[in-house]
Design a protein around this ligand. Structure first.
Ligand SMILES: C[S@@+](CC[C@H](N)C(=O)[O-])C[C@H]1O[C@@H](n2cnc3c(N)ncnc32)[C@H](O)[C@@H]1O
Ligand SMILES: [Zn+2]
Length: 170
């Protein structure tokens, strides 16, 4: 479904081997190609908490864009396909800016497309990862951004928000 976001026409939504639904490549996607752009409405943590009280499953989708603020689907009943992208600890896609996801490497037709959630979200996230990668960190809780090896691995794919958080820590 497309509401406020954009998902490349080279992608489709399918059943994921990782969790629920996911985003897949319809045909080869080249390194650097745009995969999706999230759109929607900006919610404060308090607004998000209020919605999640009534609709707990909505907590899956918001992406952190600033301290205490999220971009989220505008309607809890209409989830844009772009928000179906799963997490991987060895991702083939990554964030550029705040709301854009691009291919980190060439992606083959049929491959699931994932990014590393900890390159954008540091609060309000906790799950046991089932990405299956040999680099899997298992507990995903938003704390990895503080680690030097994580920063090095993801240096070109940290959200602007996380880059600012790192700068203000130095
Ligand atoms: C935005 S949803 C991803 C799309 C979701 N699979 C669906 O069907 O709508 C984010 C949630 O999916 C789950 N998820 C995503 N990647 C995962 C992973 N690698 N391992 C386990 N759960 C994952 C987590 O519960 C996470 O909060
Ligand atoms: Zn993992």
């Amino acid at each position: 479904m497309r509401v406020d976001s954009y998902l490349s026409s080279n992608c489709y939504i399918g059943k994921s081997g990782i969790e629920g639904l996911g985003v897949f490549a319809k045909k080869k996607i080249k390194k650097g190609d745009m995969i999706l752009i999230w759109g929607g409405r900006i919610l404060s943590s308090a607004e998000l908490a209020n919605i999640v009280k009534k609709a707990p499953e909505f907590d899956f989708f918001p992406v952190e864009v600033a301290n205490g603020f999220y971009i989220a689907p505008s309607n809890i009943h209409q989830i844009d396909d772009a928000y179906r992208i799963n997490h991987s600890c060895n991702p083939n896609a990554g964030i550029k800016g705040q709301t854009l996801v691009v291919a980190r490497k060439d992606i083959h037709a049929g491959e699931e497309i994932c990014f590393d959630y900890e390159t954008s979200d540091i609060i309000n996230m906790s799950f046991i990862c089932t990405c299956g990668s040999k680099f899997c960190r298992k507990k995903i809780n938003g704390n990895s951004w503080k680690k030097k090896n994580f920063q090095k691995k993801n240096t070109n794919f940290l959200s602007i928000y996380l880059k600012e958080m790192l700068r203000s820590q130095i």
